[in-house]
Design a protein around this ligand. Structure first.
Ligand SMILES: Cc1cc2nc3c(=O)[nH]c(=O)nc-3n(C[C@H](O)[C@H](O)[C@H](O)COP(=O)(O)OP(=O)(O)OC[C@H]3O[C@@H](n4cnc5c(N)ncnc54)[C@H](O)[C@@H]3O)c2cc1C
Length: 308
């Protein structure tokens, strides 16, 4: 971790920038690849980690903008197979301004444009960018990936690490890993499913990989990832979750864990995936409040979580 510190970043060069949504969406998400060859970052990252981007300019206090973290979307050997090109999946933060403090003008509603996500998405091929990292030491693939099976769950850009991990498992330098891989990818609408075509193709080509796109705001079926897993428990997920080989990974919006922990508790599947601390008890799961869960229900050794 932290081979390159944000205070002393290295210069990378953008080598690819492509939209990664199909069809018309209200969101803008790009796959951005950055060449870091010749820097200390080259070859020093692992899929599941994040890297830092330092946007130019100053914040509203006149201080240089702080580093923002982005999950690696490439395998550990990079997009180029040599560990020289890292990538991420970046969503432009664009919204109507909502006052954040009491002393702000409360009816302010101008356009709010996130600093770093838009900077990164605006960069063109050949542009330089200051990068740091890598960051993160737990949300990683195991040392011997073939000894486990994987339930990968994402919301939004939380798909980024799985884009790297699944390519590493299925197409890595070691050949195809035969582990069972289930990807449950949540998005508001089908047009917001990120890398959808690539995952469809990988699922068609590999019997051990199943792709489950789940949309939460469709008119046809509205569902969140946890509810989808619960609905399909007896058809596909129960045996899988009971198998001691299985690891659960969750990545995306803060708050996504509580829904899954509730499902696991409700169906007697919590073993190894979650630790329930006092004053909460597993038996009392029906009355858990989400705020209490944040403090007292933690990921167990078979559950890896990266939320932001
Ligand atoms: C470990 C980790 C991995 C991450 N991976 C990814 C990734 O793979 N892809 C990705 O896109 N992002 C990722 N992020 C998030 C990323 O770091 C940035 O937070 C995100 O891109 C927004 O940064 P920004 O500079 O564009 O927005 P900022 O300029 O920092 O604005 C966002 C901040 O402004 C405030 N805000 C938000 N909306 C409004 C509003 N409507 N009105 C007023 N204030 C508002 C909030 O406080 C918010 O924190 C990750 C974060 C972490 C911690």
């Amino acid at each position: 971790m932290h081979v390159v510190r944000p205070k002393d970043p290295v210069v990378g060069r953008v080598v690819a920038s492509q939209p990664c949504l199909n069809g018309r969406s209200a969101s803008f998400v790009r796959h951005v690849a950055i060449d870091v060859s010749g820097t200390d970052l080259a070859g020093s990252f692992r899929v599941g980690q994040a890297f830092g981007v330092i946007p130019p300019g100053e914040d509203h206090r006149g201080k240089p903008h702080s580093v923002r973290l982005y999950s690696l979307a490439c395998p550990s050997h990079g997009e180029d197979g040599e560990g020289n090109v890292l990538s991420t999946t970046v969503k432009r933060v664009i919204d109507e301004y909502t006052p954040q403090e009491h002393d702000e003008e409360q009816d302010a509603h101008h356009l709010f444009v996130g600093v770093c996500s838009n900077y990164l998405c605006d960069l063109k091929i050949g542009d330089e960018v200051l990068v740091s990292g890598p960051a993160g030491k737990r949300f990683l693939l195991p040392a011997d990936p073939s000894r486990h099976d994987y339930l990968f769950i994402s919301t939004g850009t939380g798909i980024a690490p799985y884009y790297g991990m699944i390519r590493e498992l299925l197409q890595g330098p070691e050949g195809t890993c035969s582990s069972r891989i289930e990807l449950v990818a949540g998005a508001p609408y089908t047009t917001d499913l990120i890398y959808d075509d690539v995952f469809q193709e990988l699922a068609a080509a590999h019997d051990n990989f199943t792709y489950h796109p789940v949309v939460s705001r469709s008119d046809i079926r509205r569902e969140y990832v946890d509810r989808y897993i619960e609905r399909n428990l007896d058809d596909s997920f129960r045996d899988f979750l009971e198998d001691p080989r299985t690891l659960i990974y969750m990545c995306g919006l803060e708050g996504m864990e509580s829904g899954l922990y509730r499902v696991l508790a409700r169906h007697g599947l919590s073993d190894g995936y979650m630790d329930v601390r006092e004053p909460l008890t597993l038996e009392g799961h029906e009355s858990w409040e989400t705020a209490d869960m944040k403090r007292n229900v933690k990921a167990g050794p078979r559950c890896l979580v990266e939320v932001y």
